[in-house]
Write a protein that binds this ligand. Structure first.
Ligand code: E4P
Length: 228
């Protein structure tokens, strides 16, 4: 399963790309608005960090398919081939997904809450579908079950569309996605950090370091013990 970052914060993106094997970035209008900077400046800065060929999923806002298609074209013209336009699975969004997919765009269908929305988006030509796991859980639904059904439907019907799971509030939900066969999960930087945080890992490393320091001296590493 690929891990993507769900944020528009350039500092967080730079920090996480430095440490973790991150496959791309997803943004949405809420995440963009939180940065309080001009839209294109944010995207340009993100691309400077991740490189033009790394996936950057950017949501369009038009009220109709024609406007969404125009937005996607402008995004790709200005920002290059790594841009995946994100379109919601409304009627207009589905129409725009079909138009853009036929024109060669890799499109992400977003705001998916049910398996059949995902199936229709895949049939329309979406490269990715993004089910919102935590938002489904929040209304008493079964986010993991929805993802399992989408993965199964795509397999039964031979659809190559990938499942980019989204909307997480805890690490367990992401764990479940990996076992459900999701192709990718996009998460907040803080959740990615939490995957790597375990008190026993920290105390284990501290113990190793203390034992080493007692035998070979504090602040030394294997580099200081090269006797050849
Ligand atoms: C998906 O691409 C969205 O950006 C996102 O994951 C929604 O998450 P939220 O439910 O935490 O807002």
């Amino acid at each position: 399963m690929l891990c993507l970052l769900d944020t528009a914060n350039v500092d967080d993106i730079a920090r996480c790309f430095d440490f973790y094997p991150v496959a791309g970035v997803t943004t949405n209008p809420t995440l963009i608005a939180r940065e309080e900077r001009p839209f294109h400046d944010i995207l340009t800065d993100i691309l400077k960090v991740i490189g033009e060929r790394t996936m950057l999923h950017v949501q369009v806002l038009g009220p109709d398919a024609e406007t969404m298609v125009a937005e996607a074209n402008q995004l790709r013209d200005r920002l290059g081939p790594g841009i995946f336009p994100k379109l919601p699975v409304t009627q207009q969004g589905l129409k725009a997904i079909r138009i853009l997919a036929s024109a060669g765009f890799s499109v992400t269908a977003t705001a998916i809450l049910t398996p059949l929305q995902a199936l229709l988006a895949a049939r329309a030509g979406a490269a990715f579908v993004a089910p919102y796991v935590n938002r489904i859980d929040n209304i008493g639904g079964d986010g993991e079950g929805v993802v399992l059904d989408i993965v199964k439907m795509f397999s039964i019907h031979g659809l190559s569309t990938k499942v980019l799971t989204a909307s997480f509030k805890n690490v367990r939900q992401i764990h479940d996605m990996a076992l459900a066969g999701a192709h990718a999960a996009t998460m907040a930087p803080q959740l990615l950090d939490m995957i790597f945080s375990h008190p026993l890992t920290d105390s284990g490393v501290a113990d190793f370091n203390a034992d080493w320091a007692a035998a070979y001296g504090a602040d030394t590493t294997t580099l200081d013990n090269d006797t050849e």
